[in-house]
Design a protein around this ligand. Structure first.
Ligand code: M6R
Length: 362
């Protein structure tokens, strides 16, 4: 039931404050200022490396997780798309935790990668939405998301719920490694996510109003730095899959190593840049593109927009949030933009051509 929404995707984007709160409830103990995981029968403090495997949108959660886990826990992380992982003969060292991320828990490549890791004797964990799925049954530690059924082929609420669980995992691993610092601060930041997401949803009208400009483009580029780089990849994937517009995501600093050659007035550039330590660098990459005629949409907070919002075709203002939670909050405008562009183009938003919700063949 779509309720009063036009598409399941729109409904699922709007459900995020509720389902992310629901998911966080089982990972946060606010009264004790603690971030918790389900019980496990292995010793988290013995984990020396993490190998994350997933497909599509879930793989971008893995990439964001790499930033968080390495920064908070100082444990090295590798991230692979599942279809490559199994066939590249990965080196599986002792004390590795293998993590699979999947909404359905049935994606064939991810399931095969999980079985590969288990056969090699690696301890495994899964961030999974369907609790009765094959992956949920086969992992050593199930870290569920509570997104509820996701019907739209384009993943939205599963993505942000996976991020919420990934943040909780990173904090727990950091604590196990004696590196977490102020845990109450992490709890507080994560608790702010639902409200910040609601605020982000409040900009739906602005995004809808600018969507026709993007809908007319043949190619669109997304830029981000740090944890916002995988979000740029996610934005590009979302736009491709439902609007059929060619889009690519790049790390902002990579522009000058090739993609800037594509820039002209016809290529909108979506810049995902919360204010903070990386902001100036991203802005200088953005300005290099603007000097070549790029039509920029800047997604930032009031401070960032005040500093760099000039000469853009549009700005989308996000609340000012802690860097840890920025990817969850900035996911909202990225999803809404893809959604409204697809609606403007009149594509089948919930059932895009050539795609299936669950990819159970290799
Ligand atoms: O069910 P899974 O999370 O394992 O699915 C993984 C990908 O197939 C999925 O995220 C896909 O990329 C989505 N259509 C993205 O919107």
């Amino acid at each position: 039931d779509k309720g009063n929404h036009r598409h399941f995707m729109q409904k699922e984007i709007y459900e995020q404050p509720v389902v992310v709160a629901q998911t966080l409830r089982s990972y946060l103990r606010p009264l004790e200022s603690k971030v918790a995981l389900p019980d496990m029968d292995f010793d988290l403090s013995a984990i020396e490396r993490v190998a994350i495997v997933a497909c599509g949108t879930a793989s971008y959660v893995g990439m964001i997780g790499k930033y968080w886990i390495e920064q908070l826990a100082r444990v090295p992380v590798e991230v692979d798309v599942a279809s490559e992982y199994r066939y590249r003969d990965p080196v599986l060292l002792p004390n590795t935790l293998g993590i699979v991320i999947s909404q359905s828990g049935e994606t064939a490549d991810t399931l095969a990668a999980l079985r590969h890791m288990r056969a090699a004797g690696v301890t495994t964990a899964g961030i999974i939405n369907v609790p009765t799925s094959s992956m949920a049954r086969e992992v050593d530690l199930l870290m569920p998301t509570h997104a509820g059924p996701e019907i739209g082929v384009a993943s939205t609420k599963a993505f942000t719920c996976q991020l919420a669980v990934m943040a909780a995992f990173a904090a727990n691993l950091a604590r196990a490694k004696g590196r977490l610092g102020d845990e109450a601060d992490v709890v507080q930041q994560l608790q702010q996510v639902p409200e910040a997401m609601s605020e982000a949803l409040g900009h739906d009208g602005d995004i809808e109003a600018m969507a026709p400009k993007i809908a007319a483009a043949r190619d669109v580029l997304y830029l981000g730095r740090g944890p916002e780089f995988p979000l740029a990849l996610e934005g590009a994937l979302k736009l491709k899959e439902i609007s059929y517009i060619h889009a690519e995501g790049y790390a902002s600093g990579e522009m000058k190593h090739g993609p800037i050659a594509l820039i002209d007035e016809a290529v909108p550039l979506i810049v995902i840049a919360p204010s903070g330590p990386l902001f100036d660098k991203t802005v200088s990459n953005m300005q290099e593109a603007q000097a070549r005629g790029a039509q920029v949409v800047l997604i930032s907070d009031a401070e960032g927009i005040a500093q760099a919002g000039e000469n853009t075709i549009a700005t989308i203002e996000m609340p000012k949030v802690a860097p840890l939670i920025a990817p969850l909050v900035y996911a909202v405008p990225v999803q809404l933009l893809a959604y409204h562009v697809a609606v403007a183009k009149g594509t089948d938003v919930d059932q895009p051509r050539n795609l299936a919700k669950s990819v159970t063949v290799e």
